[in-house]
Write a protein that binds this ligand. Structure first.
Ligand SMILES: [Zn+2]
Length: 151
């Protein structure tokens, strides 16, 4: 990408929207807070469109760690068959925390494991998402979808 000839100024409204990009010669509008960002870049937050948050719970399970795909599935399905609300909530929180550490601002989870008697696991993910992400999480799987309402 070619480098701009003149530096520009950026006006950010809140933390969600770039409202205006101004040339450096423009008079800046009143602002509540001015940050000297001459040595920084502003980039949009990455969006993760495919995740399985509960997998954070079994990532370090040694018998599956170096297995080929189908052996990996065979090793882990007996564990995933015991998923419940508490484990899915914990997995969602730890997975989202990990994503946030990498700057990910939005995620989509493809949860598809619903052990008998635990059909509300997406609702549990949404509870975890509200705690970690606010309005930017979509959880779905197996024909079930839930999205947090927008801001
Ligand atoms: Zn997947």
């Amino acid at each position: 990408m070619p480098r701009p000839k003149q530096p520009s100024s950026t006006l950010i409204k809140g933390i969600h929207k770039i409202r205006q990009v101004l040339h450096v010669d423009n008079k800046l509008p009143r602002a509540g807070r001015v940050i000297d960002g001459r040595h920084f870049a502003i980039i949009p937050g990455p969006v993760n469109t495919h995740h399985h948050l509960y997998l954070t719970l079994t990532r370090a399970f040694a018998p599956a760690a170096d297995a080929e795909f189908f052996d990996w599935l065979r090793a882990l399905y007996p564990i995933w068959a015991r998923l419940d609300e508490e484990s899915v909530y914990s997995g969602a929180l730890s997975g989202m925390a990990e994503l946030l550490l990498w700057g990910c601002t939005t995620t989509t989870d493809h949860h598809y494991v619903f052990p008998r008697g635990h059909s509300q696991l997406i609702d549990v993910q949404i509870q975890a998402a509200r705690r970690a992400y606010g309005p930017r999480c979509l959880a779905h799987g197996n024909g079930r979808r839930r999205a947090l309402p927008g801001p």
